[in-house]
Design a protein around this ligand. Structure first.
Ligand code: NAD
Length: 423
C-alpha cells in the first residue's frame, strides 16, 4: 500500500496504529480495497462546548472527540477518556485498536473511542458532572445502544457513565441503560466488570504455561501497576497457585522473592493508597521491577515501559500485556528473539470489553447473570480466542501479536467484503 497522507488524524499514535495494520495487512495479502478502507475511521466528530466553573462568572470552552472506526460489525464500542493531551489522532488510533480487539474475541462491535481534553483532577465533582452532561448532549446523535456504546477509560469511571446514561435517558424520554457500559450495578452495570480485565488476563496464563512447559504452581509473577488491571491480576495469579513476588504503583515497587501476601498488599493499598511504606518487603524502582528474576511479567500500568534499552534484560518467560502498548515495536523483536512468549494487549486485556459486551446484552434483555455465569463466560470467550491465536501463530510462523491481529483483521475484512459497497 503506497504511503498516503493520514490527513486530519495525523499524529504519532495514529501513524503507528496504521503502520502496524499495514505490516499485518501486507503479510496477510489483504484485499487492497478493504486495506485502504480500514486505514481511516468512518466517522470522526470534533465538538467544542462550554461549561460553567463553580465560580458562576467563569465559563470555559473545551474540545471533545468521538471517533467510530468501523460500522460494518454492529454498533461501535470504546471508552471515553478525560486527559489534557487527548487529541483527534490519539482517539482515532485507539478506535482502530478497539476494532481489532473486539474482533479478536468475536464480539459484534466495531471500534470507537472518545475523549475530552481536560484535566479531571483539576475539576470539582459538580464541574465534572456539567462537563460530562454537556459533552453527552454534544455527541447524543452519535451514540446509542444500537449505534455506539461508550465505556470508562483514563480519567472517567462508573460515575461518569451514570451521568452519560442519565443525560441520554432524559433526552430520549425513558431509561436507556444499554447506552453505556461500566455503569454502577444499581443502574444495570455488570457484576465482575471491575475485575474483568485482570481476571481475564490471568485465565490465559495456564494455557500459555502449558504451551512453553512452565509449571504453574509456584511460578513467580511480577506485576507492574496495582490499579484496576494490576491488582485483580495479582489476586487472580495468587488464586491459581502462582507466587506473586513483586507489584508496583506509580511511585515504585515492593519485592519479596519468597512471595508477597497479596491479600495483605490489597488491604494496605485500600487503607494507605500507595505502596510507599509497605512493610515486610524490599522497595525497588519500577525499572528494577521489570528486570527481576521471574517466570511471568504482567505490565499493567502505562505504555512503552518495555523498550529497546531494557528488553534484553527481561528475565520472564511469559509477558502478558495488561496495559495497552507496554512493549515498543523494537522491544517486541528483542523479546521474540529471546524466546519470550508474549500475550499481546489486544488479546490479554480484552476481558474488560468482553464483560462490557455482557453488560450491554443484559441491559438490552433486562435479564442479569450471576457472577459465576459472568466469569465462566468470560473465561470461555478468552480461552477460545487464545487457542485460535496460538494456532495461527504456529501455522503461519508468526509471533502472537501478529497472529492476534491477523485473526482480528481477517474477520473484519470478511464482513466488509461480504456486505459489499453501498450503493
Ligand atoms: P489504573 O489507573 O486503575 O491503575 C494504573 C496503575 O498504574 C496504578 O497503580 C498507578 O499507580 C500505576 N502507574 C501509573 N503510572 C505509572 C508509571 N509511570 N509507572 C508505573 N506504574 C504506574 O488504570 P487501569 O485501569 O488499571 O489501566 C492500566 C492499563 O491497562 C492502561 O494502559 C489501560 O489503558 C489498560 N487497560 C485497562 C482496562 C480496564 O478494564 N481497566 C482494559 C484494557 C486495558
Amino acid at each position: 500500500m503506497e504511503s498516503i497522507s493520514k490527513g486530519e488524524w495525523k499524529s504519532q499514535m495514529y501513524d503507528e496504529a496504521v503502520a502496524q495494520f499495514d505490516r499485518v495487512a501486507e503479510l496477510m495479502n489483504l484485499d487492497h480495497n478493504v486495506w485502504e478502507r480500514l486505514r481511516y475511521p468512518q466517522r470522526s466528530l470534533i465538538v467544542t462546548f462550554p461549561y460553567r466553573r463553580d465560580k458562576y462568572s467563569d465559563v470555559e470552552t473545551l474540545f471533545g472527540y468521538r471517533v467510530q472506526h468501523v460500522l460494518s460489525m454492529g454498533p461501535t464500542k470504546g471508552g471515553i477518556r478525560y486527559a489534557t493531551d487527548v487529541n483527534l489522532g490519539e482517539v482515532a488510533a485507539l478506535a482502530m485498536l478497539m476494532t481489532w480487539k473486539t474482533s479478536i474475541v468475536g464480539l459484534p462491535f466495531g471500534g470507537a473511542k472518545g475523549g475530552v481534553r481536560v484535566d479531571p483532577h483539576a475539576l470539582s465533582l459538580p464541574e465534572l458532572q456539567r462537563v460530562t452532561r454537556r459533552f453527552t448532549a454534544e455527541i447524543i446523535n452519535f451514540i446509542g445502544p444500537n449505534k455506539d456504546i461508550p465505556a470508562p477509560d483514563m480519567g472517567t469511571n462508573e460515575q461518569t457513565m451514570a451521568w452519560i446514561m442519565d443525560t441520554y435517558s432524559q433526552q430520549v424520554g425513558h431509561s436507556e441503560p444499554a447506552v453505556v457500559t461500566g455503569k454502577p450495578p444499581s443502574l444495570g452495570g455488570s457484576v465482575a466488570r471491575r475485575e474483568a480485565t485482570g481476571r481475564g488476563l490471568v485465565s490465559l496464563i495456564p494455557s500459555a504455561a502449558v504451551h512453553i512447559g512452565l509449571p504453574i504452581s509456584g511460578a513467580r509473577v511480577v506485576v507492574q501497576g496495582f490499579g484496576n488491571v494490576g491488582r485483580y491480576a495479582a489476586v487472580a495469579a495468587a488464586e491459581i497457585g502462582c507466587s506473586v513476588v513483586a507489584v508496583s504503583d506509580v511511585h515504585g515497587a515492593i519485592y519479596d522473592p519468597k512471595g508477597l501476601e497479596i491479600g495483605k498488599v490489597v488491604r494496605w493499598v485500600d487503607e494507605h493508597g500507595l505502596l510507599d511504606d509497605y512493610p515486610d518487603a524490599e522497595h525497588l524502582s519500577n525499572e528494577e521491577l521489570l528486570e527481576l528474576p521471574c517466570d511471568i511479567l504482567i505490565p499493567a500500568a502505562i505504555a512503552g515501559v518495555i523498550h529497546k534499552d531494557n528488553a534484553e534484560k527481561i528475565k520472564a518467560r511469559i509477558v502478558a500485556e495488561g496495559a495497552n502498548g507496554p512493549t515498543t515495536m523494537e522491544a517486541d523483536q528483542i523479546l521474540d528473539d529471546k524466546g519470550v512468549f508474549l500475550i499481546p494487549d489486544v488479546l490479554a486485556n480484552s476481558g474488560g470489553v468482553t464483560v462490557s459486551y455482557f453488560e450491554w446484552v443484559q441491559d438490552l434483555q433486562n435479564y442479569f447473570w450471576s457472577e459465576n455465569e459472568t466469569v465462566a463466560r468470560l473465561r470461555e470467550i478468552m480461552n477460545k480466542a487464545f487457542d485460535e491465536v496460538l494456532s495461527i501463530s504456529i501455522r503461519e510462523e508468526v509471533d502472537m501479536r501478529t497472529a492476534a491481529l491477523i485473526k482480528g483483521i481477517r474477520r473484519v475484512a470478511e464482513a466488509k467484503l461480504v456486505r459489499g459497497v453501498y450503493p
